[in-house]
Write a protein of this length. Structure first.
Length: 165
């Protein structure tokens, strides 16, 4: 059941436009945001965004645990692969109930803890060169997984808007 205060993330207009060329770019942005005042224009706190990214980065190495339906993998994947690896991921995608426990952030996650775990997950992505099967695209190279992970991070980090003092 949806929360009455839940934002439809497909229609949020005041998101930041974010572009990361590397995990170092992402980490620099995360550290800057964590050190200042931020308005979250989505449904999660900044700590929850970090927690979700940690979970997804680690799953890219350890295994996702699900596949999207066959028709999506055969029909949609070839159409959207270039865009989702090189341009942008759409917001508003809902994870299936069976995967929420693995990918949804904890409600009470702390900012410093989640930032520290993000640092560790990024280091892991930079040093471990094997990746699991992608639930939509199947077998991706490590470089393509990294592109996807950065596009995924851009989408979520775009909901964090620095507040000018």
């Amino acid at each position: 059941m949806a929360n009455a205060n839940e934002v439809n993330t497909k229609t949020v207009r005041n998101r930041r436009q974010v572009s990361y060329q590397s995990y170092d770019d992402l980490l620099a942005d995360a550290e800057k945001l964590a050190g200042g005042d931020v308005e979250m224009v989505g449904n999660w706190t900044l700590a929850q965004v970090f927690d979700h990214l940690v979970r997804s980065f680690n799953a890219s190495i350890d295994g996702i645990g699900f596949k999207l339906p066959w028709l999506m993998r055969v029909v949609a994947a070839p159409i959207f692969k270039h865009k989702m690896l090189n341009v942008a991921l759409p917001s508003g995608f809902k994870i299936g109930k069976s995967s929420k426990g693995k990918f949804y952030p904890h409600e009470d996650v702390g900012l410093e803890d989640s930032l520290d775990r993000l640092r560790k997950a990024i280091e892991r992505c930079k040093t471990e060169r094997t990746r699991s099967m992608h639930p939509l695209f199947g077998d991706l190279s490590c470089e393509d997984w990294d592109k996807f992970s950065l596009r995924h991070a851009e989408m979520h980090m775009g909901f964090a808007v620095p507040v000018e003092k």
